[in-house]
Design a protein around this ligand. Structure first.
Ligand code: FEO
Length: 168
């Protein structure tokens, strides 16, 4: 059985993951409007991944005998100042997610909840990957600058991203 402190921390994380999904879906819509379908597709996959993260926490909480309590999801922004601004916002957001996961890990360690520590390790590793993939895109966009042709090619590349659900 999970402690009530871990239960509420995990419920907050379900909400945070759902917000991440909502945020990336808003970014996808922004890219659609900006005629960058590849970027939009990449963000849609990102949104799917976040939904997967939320469900991973949801399933875990149920499995540990906790009670899932869903709160309202905050409204994400509607617009950004260009593709680089979107990716910088994504990078910043992922850094806050990493900090959240680290805090959850701190709680699990403090409570000597070894099962939760083991569960959270997956997210610690996932965040390294998440931050790295966004950083790569930011660096590429910075190199591209105002080169429309290079932006077109990057958009075409991003259209090939495939969502592969990780093992449950
Ligand atoms: Fe759920 Fe992008 O971390």
């Amino acid at each position: 059985m999970i402690t009530s402190q871990m239960e509420s921390a995990f419920n907050e994380q379900i909400n945070a993951e759902l917000y991440s999904s909502y945020l990336y879906l808003a970014m996808a819509a922004y890219f659609q409007e900006a005629n960058l379908p590849g970027f939009a597709h990449w963000m849609t996959i990102q949104a799917q991944e976040e939904l997967f993260h939320a469900m991973k926490f949801y399933r875990y909480l149920v499995e540990r005998g906790g009670r899932v309590v869903l709160e309202a999801i905050a409204k994400p922004p509607v617009s950004w100042d260009g593709p680089l601004a979107v990716l910088l916002a994504t990078q910043e957001h992922e850094a806050t997610v990493t900090a959240r996961i680290n805090s959850l890990m701190d709680v699990a360690i403090a409570q000597k909840d070894h099962a939760a520590v083991s569960f959270l390790q997956w997210f610690v590793d996932e965040q390294v990957e998440e931050e790295d993939s966004v950083q790569t895109l930011v660096q590429r966009l910075k190199l591209i600058g105002a080169d429309g042709g290079a932006l077109y090619l990057m958009d075409r590349d991003l259209a090939t991203r495939v969502f592969t659900p990780p093992a449950q």
